[in-house]
Design a protein around this ligand. Sequence first.
Ligand SMILES: *Cc1c(COP(=O)(O)O)cnc(C)c1O
Length: 370
Amino acid sequence: MQVNRYPAVIIDHRKYRENARTVYRWCHEKGLLVAGIIKGTSGITGIAADLVWAGADMIGSSRLDQIRHAQAEGVQSTWLLIRIPMLSEVPDVVATADISLNSELAVLAALNREALRQSRVHRVILMADLGDLREGWIDQEELIQAAVQVETAMDGLRLEGIGTNLGCYGSVMPTKDKLESLAALAERVEEAIGRPLDIVSGGATSSLMAVFDGYLPARINMLRIGAAPMTGPLEDLRTSYGRREMDALHDDAFVLEAEIIELKTKPSYPIGELGVDATGHSPTFIDRGMRRRAIVAVGRADYGDPYDIIPELAGAEVIGASGDHTLIDVTDVEAPLHIGDVLRFRLRYSAILNLTANEDIAVREISALD
Ligand SMILES: *Cc1c(COP(=O)(O)O)cnc(C)c1O
């Protein structure tokens, strides 16, 4: 008898591929190249192949290991390292990635020396910080000087273009003025080096807003998309500021299954003197009387934050979690429930990231490409 292992992540590759194809079409119709980003799914087997099938012009990750894994699967693409490199990984960056995002001259100099040593040309995109305050040059004159230096003094590198990242640390939105300032900066770099840039990379899934609303400047010709095909409309606030275009996508390409290990009716207000919970916080409780609750065998150690898992079962509500237990209020569930039943959960981005990175979680794949 085949016994399924729980907790498990169910990956419906067909839905994920269809999502990616839809999102990439939105971009390709506007003349945009798309880098399909695999970090949100921990670069697990089959994901990069799905994105290439869907039409990704290149595949990117924050981690070289994930790029190497996809290459070892036999996936053919152009490989982009999207987390600015560590100095200590420079030899691997040159050997593994075709293109990297960069924001430090010391790293560019090391990439150049290493590329010359490996007899390769490594392509670089210089990052401009337009106010979100994660990576990138905040001083545009310094970025232009770095571009000129790469162009004139670093024969191992090719200046592929410039890019920016928004909505990550500072929650800054990809508004018209931000994207136009990136386009204007691209023109100043082109003036300084005397040739056009191949890539002007206008951000991540959040920049789809500019595609929907039609204000993406013509000079911007590439986006780096990870989240949208993973979560679709489930997380449209994070992925597209609530734009309804996301409704065209599946929200269940990635689903968590977990098994019920306790079913009891209990008070909703704890009994005794209240201190702190498993995470060290002092929660507040509302007395809703006696409630029927299920415990499923999965917890924060698996997915992170219980906010990021959403029960499919109508009437079920996540009320709390510790490392290995998730408590579900099932008082309003009409279907009969039993010990050993399996509950399914839709997943937000962080839960997909955590669950796919976790070796203890079983993975079941539907419709994977051969
Ligand atoms: C994670 C990341 C992306 C992809 O972001 P999504 O919101 O998942 O589309 C793009 N670019 C950089 C630099 C990133 O770190």
